[in-house]
Design a protein around this ligand. Structure first.
Ligand code: NAP
Length: 257
């Protein structure tokens, strides 16, 4: 059956790769992000795209977008809250405004869109909601204070939501990627809110974005609650959980760039 799949942050990186991977199945793919030109460029390779520019920090835009999707398609089968921005600055360097902005995009952006789409899923007793966290949603990391906090917050919210939906067929999944080779470090914010504009070494060594997209799609199909995707850095999630003292020893030595 044809599905309506809504991806935020679809103009680049993991979102773009997800759109292309789902395209094989001929679904309607709603592409959202702030940069319309990027969304149009991604849409050129898709069979059934629907471009829906959206800044997830603007609640009025979210409400308008959800009304349009409701009147056009009447449903959302899969919502992938992928939009996000990283950080490359210490706590002291990061202004309060930049910190708040990181939380607005990464946490409230995802939460507000989810809440607006949720009735379309609960009414049909069907659907999948994906929250894009990070390995940094499982442990803290230098130069990522607000980013890590925003991703940790997603776990509290989406785990609660998932438990509230336990008697329904609406599925909630949290994704924790490690290092995936995208432009995320270039797009990351410095302490004053400029783009970091550098492809960090760690990012360059990340796994291919197509592999990440394929694992996310597998997780949705299998209705997983939480998945981890990446290379050796994923081990840190388990080390933090079972051997926290060892985690600190290792994390202090890892280059945050
Ligand atoms: N790559 C990794 O190693 C990695 C690791 C862990 C987690 N993640 C998570 O994966 C997600 C995708 O990141 P990526 O690696 O694909 O990086 P990316 O290429 O920088 O993608 C981020 C996307 O988010 C969109 N976005 C940013 N602010 C937005 C806003 N206010 N409203 C709507 N869209 C917004 C951007 O598009 P516009 O600028 O056009 O809005 C962009 O397409 C993020 O949530 C990130 O935290 C990535």
């Amino acid at each position: 059956m044809k599905k309506v799949i809504w991806i935020t942050g679809a103009g680049s990186g993991i979102g773009e790769a997800l759109a292309k991977a789902y395209n094989h199945e001929d679904h309607t793919i709603i592409l959202s992000g702030r940069n319309k030109t990027q969304l149009e460029s991604v849409s050129k390779n898709l069979v059934n795209p629907f471009i829906l520019p959206l800044d997830v920090t603007k609640e009025d835009q979210i409400n308008q977008a959800v009304s349009l999707v409701q009147s056009t398609f009447g449903k959302v089968d899969i919502l992938i809250n992928n939009a996000g921005v990283s950080q490359r600055a210490t706590v002291s360097e990061t202004t309060n405004d930049v910190g708040r902005n990181l939380i607005e995009v990464n946490f409230f952006g995802s939460v507000h869109l989810t809440k607006a789409v949720l009735p379309m899923m609960t009414n049909r007793n069907k659907g999948s909601i994906v929250a894009m966290s990070s390995a940094a949603g499982k442990f803290g990391f230098p130069l990522r204070s607000y980013y890590s906090a925003s991703k940790h917050a997603l776990h509290g919210f989406y785990e609660s939501l998932s438990l509230e939906l336990k008697d329904t067929q609406v599925h909630v999944m949290i994704v924790c990627p490690g290092r995936i080779k995208t432009d995320i470090s270039k797009n990351a914010l410095t302490g004053s809110g400029e783009s970091h504009n550098q492809m960090d070494q760690g990012q360059l060594l990340g796994i291919p974005v197509e592999k990440c997209a394929s694992k996310i799609i597998q997780g949705i199909t299998k209705k997983k609650a939480e998945i981890y995707i990446g290379g050796n850095e994923i081990l840190l999630i388990y080390i933090k959980r079972y051997l926290p003292f060892l985690f600190r020893l290792i994390a202090k030595r890892v280059n945050p760039k």
